[in-house]
Each structure stands twice: as C-alpha cells, then as structure tokens.
Design a protein around this ligand. Structure first.
Ligand code: PLP
Length: 342
C-alpha cells in the first residue's frame, strides 16, 4: 500500500502492521491532461525523510517508492527527475536500515492513435540505467490510458438538428450554423471532457461528396445546457440518422458514465478485424460459448463483431497467456477468470 502522510502510517500500524508499504512522492509534469500531484504524493525532499523516520519508529515495513507524474503527461523529461528523486529516497531509507526493492513509476503514458510511448521509454530506460542499475530492484508501472485509449471508438447517432441563421460580421451575409444533437453526451461517455479534460475529435462516418463544410456544434441528449460535446467544428451538412465517429474514447469514459435523464449508457460492441480474430482464436481457447457472434451494422463493417449479451452469466474461462522474452517462450501466465468486455 502507498502512503504519503503520517496519519496513514499510524492507521496502518493499528490495522495492518505487517503491510508492505510504498512511499508515494510528488513529482509533477509541467503539462499533464490530469495532474494528480495536488492530491497525492509527499514532497520527496522536505517530507519524505520525516515520514520514513516515523515509519521506522513505528516498525512499519516500507519496501519502495512510487510516483505518478500526472495522467496524459506531456513532459517526458519529468520521469528522469522523478526517478532521481526516488533514488535519493532509496539511499536515505538505507541509512535508516531499510532495504528497498520496489520502484513504481506510475502511469502518465499516452494511448491515443498516433501517439507513441517511445520518447518516455527512452528517458525512463536511461534514467533507470543511471540510477537503478541493480537488477534485483523490481521496477513496475501502472499504465492506464496507454492500454485502452485507442481501443474504443464511439459512434453516435444524430437524432435532431437545428439550423441557425447567423449574420457574418464581416460580409454581412447570412450563413447557416448547424447544431447536431446526438445520443451520447457529457453525462455519458463524454464525461471525459469534464473530468479528463479530453480534446474530442469528430468525423462523419459517411463520405459526403458535396465537400461544403459548415460551422457546427455537437450536443448531448440531456436537458442540461452544459451537455455540449464540441462547440465549433466544420462539418458537412448531415441528416437525421447519420453517424458521427469519435476516436480514442477508451480512457476515463464509460466507467464514469451515468444514465442521467434516462439515457442509457452506451453499449459496447467488441469488434475484431478478421485477421486479429483468427490470431486470437489460435492463442486463446475462445469459443462461441463465451461470446455471442452478432452482426455488425453495415455502416460499421470493420470485421467480425462479437457482442456479449450478459458477460456475468457466461462461463468463467481459464486462459493461458504465453509470455515471450528474447524471441523464445519462457513462461505461461494463467488468468483464472477472463470474461468478454461488455
Ligand atoms: C495511482 C494511479 N496509477 C495509475 C493510473 C493510470 O494513469 P494513466 O492513465 O495516466 O496511465 C492512475 C490514474 O489516475 C492512478 O491514479
């Protein structure tokens, strides 16, 4: 368990004195989509030494250091600073008789289409080589959006449209702006606009041959005026029933969605490209007992569509995941319960 304050240490001492504890330090990225440091992490230089002394005097087993530089980190060099700070705490802890063996480098890694973890990986690997060359130290990370962000694409349906005449302040001519109302909004998947500060990109599913673009806004379905998805975007003239596609909707979206105003939380269709499905079928012992094979709507013809109706009523599935290192199979991990995603 992590701690970053003294009270927590006393509480752990009372409730779970044998816990193995990790001190969480603060080292903030200069730019991050969701900073975390204002809530978690002690100052590595002014607070951590005192906390370690308290832990020592209480006989608490502290085994390492953790940090999270901020989710959606746009400041890769911060990882070096944080790893250096962790090194200094490892060294200080050693003077108290601790023998730390865990460094947790948290999350903050990008996951959108077109992003890469390479820059951060290069900085992290170099800093680890410099400050943590000892291979007996366990280095772990907690990637979140890195895994899931680009895995989900949201498609929304237009259920209402308002055409608003606006006078162009320069030419004095009347132009039309379109307001598109769709079946998901900030109370659903797009809560990420409010809570995760995500920048949303929208594109129509269909190709519109005419090519003319209009200033448009996109709105969610609820009664709330705040329920706006995009306030100004150039889009072709679309019609009722058309679909709008939003990429990178996998991180910090559905888990926070609510059915406010009676609008259901979006249904997830697990869609696998046919080649990927063939590969997965060979690796995982999946069968139709574990999935319901559904029909992808024609406008979403991406490949094979596997729709789970009720994942909790499906049989648990032991899955063996082969782990390859240096090109060879060296071990297998068995997951007890793997269920299709709903
Ligand atoms: C403690 C902790 N670890 C990991 C994560 C995942 O972070 P990210 O999605 O930036 O990788 C979070 C996100 O808030 C977190 O609070």
């Amino acid at each position: 368990m992590t701690f970053d304050n003294e009270l927590e240490l006393h509480k752990i001492k009372d409730i779970f004195p044998n816990a193995r504890m990790v001190i969480r330090i603060r080292c903030d990225a200069t730019v991050a989509q969701c900073p975390l440091g204002m809530k978690f992490g002690c100052n590595p230089y002014t607070e951590a030494p005192h906390l370690l002394n308290v832990a020592r005097s209480l006989g608490i087993n502290v085994v390492g250091v953790s940090f999270h530089v901020g989710s959606g980190c746009k400041d890769p060099p911060v990882f070096r600073k944080a790893i250096l700070a962790a090194r200094q705490i490892f060294d200080y802890a050693a003077t108290l008789g601790y023998n730390f063996n865990l460094l947790d480098i948290g999350g903050g890694y990008p996951g959108d289409h077109g992003t890469s973890i390479e820059k951060i990986a290069e900085i992290v690997n170099l800093a680890l080589d410099d400050y943590f060359p000892d291979p007996s130290i366990n280095i772990i990370a907690e990637p979140g959006r890195f895994y899931v962000s680009s895995a989900y694409t949201l498609t929304c349906n237009i259920h209402s449209i308002r055409a608003v005449n606006v006078e162009d302040p320069v030419t004095g001519h009347n132009t039309v702006n379109y307001m598109y109302y769709i079946n998901d909004g900030v109370y659903g998947s797009f809560n990420c606009i409010l809570y995760d500060h995500q920048k949303i990109t929208a594109q129509p599913l269909k190709n519109y041959t005419n090519g003319k673009l209009y200033s448009s806004s996109i709105w969610g379905p609820t009664c709330d005026g705040l329920d706006q998805v995009i306030d100004n975007i150039m889009l072709p003239e679309m019609v009722l029933g058309d679909w709008i596609v939003f990429e990178n909707m996998g991180a910090y979206t559905l888990p926070v969605a609510s059915p406010f105003n009676g609008f259901p939380i979006p249904k997830v269709h697990v869609v696998a490209d046919e080649n990927i499905w063939l590969l997965l079928k060979d690796i995982f012992p999946l069968s139709e007992d574990h999935f319901v094979i559904g029909n992808t709507p024609t406008n979403l013809r991406l490949g094979l569509d596997i729709v789970s109706t009720d994942p909790w009523s499906l049989p648990a599935l032991p899955i063996t995941i082969p782990v390859c290192r240096n090109g060879g199979l060296i071990e297998e991990h068995v997951l007890d319960f793997v269920r299709p995603i709903e």
